[in-house]
Design a protein around this ligand. Structure first.
Ligand code: FES
Length: 259
């Protein structure tokens, strides 16, 4: 039986960029055994008080040897602010790994990663869990001060295309437009993507116009309640049916998910 609920100790918490932190937890080995990139944890906030709901945070990287799971998150409200105040040795109640994650097949040798903002974080877990593929990354940041983990992507990707809203890092452009330009030159075996809904909408336009033959998987960010399929807070329409992002997703085929 895979252990999915545990009290885990904070190993470290470090700032990555403006309002962005990396939280590393010491976890039990069971949680890492069948981990797939794109899966997430549902974390109960420390000293929750009125903030009783857990927060879904996707897994940034795992280390099976050290038995750690790392999460990168952006402060977006009181809950994530509290998380940013954790100290090594603190204990957090977590459910993990949850969701279905990306479906990477043997035929996916040339993989393009498309991430926006904090949605870039889960894409880094491909580096260690699916090695030996040819990766290209398209990373869209708000600005230079919000950029994080760029060096990590440069370390394992053949090429990294960086964009920002204000041009302070990389080119001033939408990340999906950088993708469009490269799709005109060559096609990957699969596109794996994570980011906010507006990015997915423009990704779908680019996919429809320039990449219809390319399998494209998107990892949805959604408000969640239970995180385990019971409350139906996190639904979205997929192939005409209501699906739960926490259980059936968060990763869906771009052809099927309503954006
Ligand atoms: Fe409760 Fe998904 S968060 S069903």
């Amino acid at each position: 039986m895979i252990k999915k609920h545990d009290i885990c100790r904070v190993a470290s918490l470090e700032p990555l960029s403006k309002d962005t932190y990396a939280l590393t937890l010491k976890v039990n080995g069971d949680m890492l055994k069948y981990f797939r990139p794109g899966q997430f944890a549902h974390i109960r906030l420390p000293h929750a008080g009125e903030h009783l709901l857990r927060r879904p945070i996707s897994v940034n990287t795992i280390d099976r040897e050290a038995e750690t799971m790392r999460f990168a998150f952006l402060i977006q409200g009181e809950g994530t602010r509290r998380l940013s105040q954790c100290r090594p040795g603190d204990e957090l109640d977590i459910l993990a790994p949850l969701g279905q994650g990306f479906r990477v097949k043997e035929s996916h040798q040339k993989i393009w990663l498309v991430g926006g903002g904090i949605g870039i974080a889960p894409l880094l877990s491909l580096r260690d869990t699916v090695p030996g593929r040819e990766y290209t990354a398209f990373l869209g940041y708000k600005s230079r001060e919000y950029a994080y983990e760029l060096k990590e992507f440069e370390g394992f990707c053949k090429a990294v295309h960086v964009t920002s809203d204000d041009g302070s890092i990389g080119e001033k452009n939408f990340v999906t437009e950088a993708l469009r330009r490269e799709l005109a030159k060559e096609k990957p075996d699969v596109i794996l993507s994570c980011g906010p809904l507006p990015m997915f909408r423009s990704l779908k336009r680019v996919w429809e116009e320039d990449g219809r033959d390319v399998e494209t998987q998107v990892s949805m960010e959604q408000h969640m309640g239970c995180g385990t399929g019971g409350c139906y807070t996190c639904t979205c329409m997929v192939a005409g049916a209501m699906k739960r992002v926490c259980m059936d997703g968060p990763v869906f085929d771009i052809r099927e998910v309503e954006l």
